[in-house]
Design a protein around this ligand. Structure first.
Ligand SMILES: Nc1ncnc2c1ncn2[C@@H]1O[C@H](COP(=O)(O)OP(=O)(O)O)[C@@H](O)[C@H]1O
Ligand SMILES: [Mg+2]
Length: 242
């Protein structure tokens, strides 16, 4: 090919799901890195118990779904009762990752004011319950910003140890900025070589505008020193200096 065409949006994880290294190869160095992310999240929340948590990034394909799914698995493996919700209603991945039907899910719970207990399903992982996205609705932002969503988070956080949301990137739609104000903690995924400095800065501004509790960063795809395939680093406590 002579010319590079405009980079197409990757649909890999939408079609095939994310790689659950934490579940399939728990002894893998990458699985160990996900456990480090888990530990850092736990330590970053000593003063305030984190019951609801979301993973976001400035742009698509930075690894939100991959990181959030693997961290959710490691928390469940540790014995925490985890509810994992696919709130990326436009580019959902959870149903393919866990091999679940997606005819019902978050979008139908919110649109029809349904009881979430009848829609949430147990995953193949002990302690890990899942609400898939449901069919793509015409009004994702409106649904996610509704009082129904607030009530769902409140109720679910009283019934689970931790509620984790996979959400869209901050810069593309308003969904995440508003959800960030509703959850107890936000983890920001930055993919090396993909994330643009100005985009990360803008995303951080959007988070501070709503006084989101930014717990830390996951630096995804960091070239590892030991030459192993790929890695995750966790930048903790960067605060406003970066
Ligand atoms: N550390 C990594 N190394 C290699 N590929 C990765 C890594 N993190 C994510 N990917 C790949 O990048 C693509 C996008 O990841 P995904 O988790 O779906 O991102 P997002 O949810 O932010 O859009 C997928 O094909 C995924 O397998
Ligand atoms: Mg995703």
């Amino acid at each position: 090919m002579l010319f590079r065409h405009k980079k197409r949006l990757s649909t890999d994880t939408m079609e095939n799901g994310v790689k659950l290294v934490a579940a399939i190869e728990p002894k893998n160095v990458v699985a160990e890195q996900f456990r480090t992310v888990r530990t850092n999240i736990e330590f970053s929340s000593i003063d305030k118990e984190i019951k609801t948590l979301l993973f976001t990034s400035s742009d698509v394909s930075e690894g939100k779904s991959t990181v959030s799914a693997n961290v959710a698995v490691t928390l469940a493996q540790q014995g925490k009762k985890v509810l994992f919700i696919d709130a990326d209603l436009r580019r959902p991945t959870l149903h393919t990752t866990f091999g679940l039907s997606n005819t019902q899910g978050l979008s139908t719970i919110l649109a029809n004011n349904e009881d979430y207990h009848s829609i949430a399903v147990n995953s193949s992982i002990d302690n890990l319950t899942i609400i898939t996205s449901g069919p793509v609705p015409p009004n994702p932002a409106e649904l996610l910003n509704s009082n129904r969503m607030k009530r769902l988070l409140q109720l679910a956080s009283s019934e689970f140890d931790l509620v984790i949301l996979d959400v869209p990137p901050l810069l593309s739609v308003t969904d995440t900025q508003i959800l960030s104000a509703e959850v107890d903690g936000v983890v920001f995924v930055v993919r090396q070589g993909v994330a643009q400095r100005t985009a990360v800065k803008r995303a951080k501004e959007l988070l501070s505008m709503v006084h989101a509790n930014l717990l830390g960063y996951v630096l995804n795809d960091v070239a590892p020193k030991n030459g192993y395939g790929y890695g995750y680093g966790y930048g903790y406590g960067y605060g406003d200096n970066h």
